[in-house]
Design a protein around this ligand. Structure first.
Ligand code: ZN
Ligand code: ZN
Length: 350
């Protein structure tokens, strides 16, 4: 089968290779035929060697698929089941974070797509314990958004917490920002505001409108602080989801959040040190919540939101591509001409 792989360490080294179809390695594993696999910012970082990777490895950690074969010990899944999988493979089970149930933070973890073979191909194997059934009314393409949806569900709802009728501002209009706005609404937010820049005008802002975002602010054209203060009668947003990872974005979050409000940090800065308005954070008595990855509990909750939402989540997906066209897809992502790109086995070539 054909697979998009990182073949060696360093910048680049992405190649489509021929590899054998994987076999079950243990009685607790499931063989999954990939339906769709999403391209994530992490994959871009792996290309540039700015995220850990263990080549040669098949890329792709966000996927949906159909169970083809199950090991002898598998009890919860059978061939034909549609599934998604948590990327928390190879957690140790012994360290403090594992024993606290936070296996996603285990230093030993090696996810499909960078630590072990992932989903930018036709088949992958996963331990049964990570799998979740896809609700009947969630299509295969949308289901492949389950991993980013679980991340925002964990970060915005489980850790950030939305109270009924809150005004939630989301900084950054990428896939995570858009899904965060959907999660906030599902969690009871009264109003959502997405803040972005000129590059978001063509694709991301229209998608945000179709996903039920109440207000959209282009911070390059409009004063974000004045807009949010006007909307909230001078109070500020109850919670700000910082999904840009940029220094201006982080400081805008501090500016527009209300006194005693909450910032939930989702975006990854591209550098170790960020200059923030620390004193303003003290004077506003802010709660800031940092986040990484998804929790076990967030997956079924995320799938529930995906099943129940009145909004069409395909608005987030701009590409249904063949892995052979990966260079064009990554080029579109780099140029801001994509929101979420999916690799779909058997998709037509460009
Ligand atoms: Zn991802
Ligand atoms: Zn551990």
């Amino acid at each position: 089968m054909r697979a998009l792989m990182k073949t060696e360490k360093g910048v680049g080294h992405f190649h489509v290779c021929d590899i054998p179809k994987p076999k079950l390695k243990s009685a607790g594993e499931v063989l999954i035929k990939v339906s769709a696999a999403g391209v994530c910012g992490t994959d871009v970082h792996i290309y540039h060697d700015k995220f850990q990777n263990y080549p040669p490895v098949v890329l792709g950690h966000e996927f949906s698929g159909v169970v083809e074969e199950v090991g002898a010990d598998v009890t919860r899944f059978k061939p034909g089941d549609r599934v998604v999988g948590e990327p928390h493979t190879l957690f140790c089970g012994k360290c403090d974070v594992c024993r606290a149930g936070k296996i996603q933070l285990c230093a030993n973890k090696r996810s499909p797509g960078w630590g072990i073979d992932g989903a930018f191909t036709d088949y992958l194997t996963m331990p049964e314990l990570f799998l979740h059934n896809i609700p009947d009314n969630v299509g295969d393409m949308v289901a492949a958004l389950a991993e980013p949806m679980a991340i925002v569900t964990h970060e915005v709802l489980e850790r950030g917490k939305v109270d009924p009728q809150d005004t939630i501002a989301v900084i950054g209009a990428g896939p995570i920002g858009l899904l965060a706005a959907v999660a906030a609404k599902a969690g009871g937010a009264g109003r959502t505001i997405v803040l972005g820049t000129d590059v978001d005008e063509a694709m991301r802002f229209p998608a945000a409108r179709n996903l039920g975002v109440d207000h959209i602010v282009n911070v390059q054209r409009e004063d974000a602080y004045a807009f949010v203060m006007d909307l909230t009668r001078g109070r500020g947003a109850d919670m700000v989801v910082e999904a840009s990872g940029s220094e201006p974005g982080i400081n805008t979050a501090i500016d527009i959040v209300k006194k005693c409000g909450r910032i939930t940090a989702v975006g990854m800065p591209g550098k170790d040190k960020v200059a923030v308005q620390w004193l303003k954070m003290i004077n506003k008595v802010l709660d800031v919540c940092f986040n990484l990855s998804s929790s076990v509990s967030s997956w079924d909750r995320a799938l529930g939101i995906m099943s129940a939402t009145e909004f069409d989540l395909t608005n987030v997906i701009t590409h249904y591509a063949n892995i052979e066209d990966w260079e064009a897809v990554f080029d579109d992502i780099a140029k801001g001409k994509a929101i979420k790109a999916m690799f779909v086995p058997g998709a037509a070539r460009r």
